[in-house]
Each structure stands twice: as structure tokens, then as C-alpha cells.
Design a protein around this ligand. Structure first.
Ligand code: PLP
Length: 425
């Protein structure tokens, strides 16, 4: 069981057997409202008929195509459409099978890019405390969540970390993005001075830290980071594995924040979670620099399942649904109601913060002495038993529903959480 207390789970397994729209169902047909879009990966709701049909047709037509030395037209079509969906801010797309692989791929692209320009000594990455960049050895080394690293070490040397942006004293109960914290981006200057600019390959951050429990940047933070990267000629990577594909009611968080990185890692909502797939979006200059190298394979990297036909079909169908069903517009129309619903929990026992942006929300609970995470886990288990799925990190409850949710779902989710939190030990 990934990221699960196996022994605890086996004592009382939680199982789902089917899903459609906003709901999972267990083996007995009991409905469970999906307050987390699976793992942030089902923006269009479960088993969307357009996506299901596309995948069914695809598997009956082209089950698999090698991605080395050969391609299939839909893979190129999806890349074109993804570039278009990104507002043509990127030039190229590289397919992976997951967010973790997207992060490791982006790291390799960065290193290869610098090498192609005669700057092979630029190998150091700068990420951020409490960041999550997947579970590959590259992404894990960038990650700033101690529990994800302590069993494994960090094989990759040469990573430094910006401070995280969480500050309850200054920002608790802010609606939307907080004001405080832009100066934290300036720490980049100190880190650059320490290591010397000539060694630095790239800065990578999640526009907002999801897995750490929804840690928001201040209003000006990402712009400041972009300015500093530009000033020093450093590549900037946004890890948009959870924020991509509509989570902020914009195509990507980079649209929401109006900051364009040089590379962007995505996965999850790319295929509505139906078939595993990730994609790295890259600025054209990175591609061009590699293409200017000696003849032959320009980037010695790839996966057996890069651009898998089923994943591509799910990706194309998802983009179609985003457009035809005006998913982003609907998500935008729900954000104020979502925010009000979340903040209605203020004043309940143990609630020390509520935070939101786009269709993301988090409830931070005061930890029980010596038992970090126990209180939120108790709430999680109770919620699941009573028909609502949320997520927890430590004592933070995070929510990221499918973007198709209606007001009645917001009422159901926060109504149930209200009842649970009211009586939580
Ligand atoms: N990067 C970020 C920001 C994520 O939130 C995640 C997963 O939640 C990943 C990378 C890893 O993605 P995957 O689990 O698909 O490997």
C-alpha cells in the first residue's frame, strides 16, 4: 500500500469498487463524495463518458506503439493541443507516465541543456522546504518533506532549499492568497551567493505546495522568484502535477499567477487520471539548444510507455471536455462558494487555520501533544465512514474536488466536516 500504514489499513480496509461523476461507491453501493478528485487527478469527474469512449476506441485500434524511433499521429496531435492549451507559452512537450517521472525528466533536460551550451558544471538544483516532487531519486532529493527522505537518504547531492512559505502567525484564516511572505523568495540571492551562480542549474517549486498540506505562496512570491531567476539567468521549473489542468480555475497555476516558468511538469489531470501519464512542457530554447548538438539522439532519455496510445486518447478526450463543457468557467463560478463553505468551519474546536485558492481548501488542526497527524487521521477515517473522502498530511486536511462540483456537493462536504470537527477529540 503506497504511503499507507499497512498494518493499520489491514485492520479496517477502506475499499472502493466503482465511481462516476462526484462519487465513489463501495462494494455495497454506498456513495462516497469525492472531495479530493481521487488524488487531485480527476478534474472532469469520474468515468466521464467522452474519456471512457476515447480510451475504449483507442485500445481497439492501436493498443501500443513503441516510442523509440517511431511515433503515432495522436501523440503529436496531443502535444500540439497541449501547447495550445498552455497559451503557446511553451514550445515542446515530452511524455512520461507519472509526475515523478516528469520531474526526473525535467531535471535531465535542464542538465542536458546546460551541457549543450558548454556549462556542464551547472548541476545544482534549488527547491524548497516542504516541497514534494514525487518519489524518484531525483524528485525525492528535491523534495523538502522530511518523512519522504529519512528512510532513503538523498542520493542526489547538490540540492539547496528555499524556506517554505507557511506562517500561521501572519497568515492564518486568510481568504485566498496571503499578503505576507514575498520576501522569502529573496533567500534565493543568499543561496546563489553561497554556491556561486556558475554551479546552479535550476530552481524548482510547486506554485503552491499540495502534498505538504496546501501551503500557499504570498501574492507576489512567484513573480519575485521569476524576477530573480531572470536576473541571474537561472532556469525556473514549476511542478504543476497537481495545479495543472484547471485546479485554480485556469489552465495552469502559471496562468493564475501570471508567471511563466521555463519548464513545467504535469501529470494527473492530463488524462483525468484515467490512464497514467505525465508531460514536461519546455521552452523552445531548451529544445533548440539540444538540436544544435552533434547529429544523433539529442536527449538520451525516454520510457517504454512515453506517449502510450491509451493515455494519449484520454488526454485528447480530456482537453475536448475541458473545452466543450467549459470546465474552467464552471470551476471559476464555484470558487467564491467554495471559499465561503470552507471558512464556515472557523471557530470549530482545534481548527487553527483555513486556507483556500481556486478549488483547493485546507483545514489545519492543532496537533495532539506527541501525536502529530492523529487528529486529522481520526477525522479522515470518520469522514470516509460517513461518506466523504478527504486527504490528510500531518494534521492538515486537504480538499481538491473534481471541478464539476455543484453547490450541493460543497454543502455536503463542509456540512459533514462541520459535524465531524465539532465532536472531534
Ligand atoms: N509533483 C507533485 C507536485 C505532486 O503533487 C506529485 C504527486 O502528488 C508528484 C510530483 C508525483 O506524481 P506521481 O505520483 O504521479 O509520480
Amino acid at each position: 500500500m503506497p504511503f499507507t500504514a499497512n498494518r493499520d489499513f489491514k485492520e479496517a480496509p477502506r475499499l472502493v469498487a466503482s465511481a462516476s461523476g462526484m462519487y465513489y461507491r463501495d462494494q455495497n453501493g454506498r456513495e462516497i463524495l469525492d472531495g479530493t478528485a481521487g488524488l487531485w487527478c480527476v478534474p472532469l469527474g469520474h468515468s466521464h463518458p467522452t474519456v471512457v469512449k476515447a480510451v475504449q476506441e483507442s485500445v481497439a485500434t492501436l493498443d501500443y506503439a513503441p516510442a523509440f524511433q517511431i511515433g503515432h499521429p495522436q501523440a503529436f496531435e496531443l502535444a500540439e493541443q497541449l501547447i495550445d492549451y498552455s497559451g503557446n507559452r511553451f514550445g515542446q512537450v515530452f511524455y512520461t507516465n507519472s509526475g515523478s517521472e516528469a520531474v526526473d525528466t525535467a531535471m535531465k533536460m535542464v542538465l542536458a541543456y546546460h551541457r549543450s551550451r558548454g556549462e556542464a558544471q551547472r548541476t545544482r538544483f534549488i527547491s524548497r522546504e516542504r516541497g514534494y516532487h514525487g518519489v524518484g531519486f531525483g524528485g525525492m532529493s528535491l523534495g523538502g518533506l522530511p518523512a519522504n527522505r529519512k528512510q532513503f537518504g538523498t542520493l542526489l547531492a547538490g540540492v539547496d532549499y528555499l524556506p517554505h512559505t507557511h506562517n500561521l502567525e501572519k497568515n492564518a484564516f486568510t481568504r485566498g492568497l496571503p499578503e505576507y511572505g514575498t520576501h522569502l523568495a529573496d533567500e534565493l540571492e543568499r543561496i546563489i551567493a553561497l554556491h556561486d551562480i556558475s554551479t546552479i542549474a535550476a530552481v524548482i517549486v510547486e506554485p503552491l505546495a499540495g502534498s505538504a498540506g496546501v501551503i500557499l505562496p504570498s501574492k507576489g512570491y512567484l513573480k519575485r522568484l521569476r524576477e530573480l531567476c531572470d536576473k541571474h539567468g537561472i532556469l525556473l521549473i514549476f511542478d504543476e502535477v497537481i495545479t495543472g489542468f484547471g485546479r485554480m480555475a485556469t489552465p495552469f497555476a502559471s496562468d493564475f499567477f501570471d508567471v511563466t516558468p521555463d519548464l513545467m511538469t504535469t501529470a494527473k489531470g492530463l488524462t483525468n487520471g484515467v490512464v497514467p501519464m505525465g508531460a514536461v512542457f519546455s521552452h523552445q530554447k531548451i529544445y533548440d539548444s539540444l538540436m544544435a548538438g552533434p547529429a544523433g539522439i539529442e536527449l538520451f532519455h525516454g520510457y517504454t510507455y512515453s506517449g502510450h496510445p491509451l493515455a494519449v486518447a484520454a488526454g485528447l478526450a480530456s482537453l475536448k471536455v475541458f473545452k466543450e463543457e467549459k470546465i474552467l468557467e464552471h470551476a471559476q463560478s464555484m470558487t467564491a462558494y467554495w471559499e465561503d463553505g470552507l471558512h464556515s468551519l472557523k471557530g470549530l474546536p482545534h481548527v487553527i487555520d483555513l486556507r483556500n485558492v481556486g478549488l483547493i481548501g485546507a483545514i489545519e488542526l492543532e496537533s495532539m501533544p506527541g501525536k502529530v497527524g492523529a487528529r486529522a487521521m481520526a477525522a479522515y477515517k470518520k469522514a470516509f465512514a460517513e461518506g466523504v473522502l478527504v486527504r490528510t498530511t500531518g494534521d492538515i486536511i486537504a480538499m481538491s474536488p473534481p471541478l464539476i462540483l455543484e453547490k450541493k456537493h460543497v454543502d455536503q462536504l463542509f456540512g459533514k466536516l462541520h459535524d465531524i470537527l465539532k465532536h472531534l477529540d
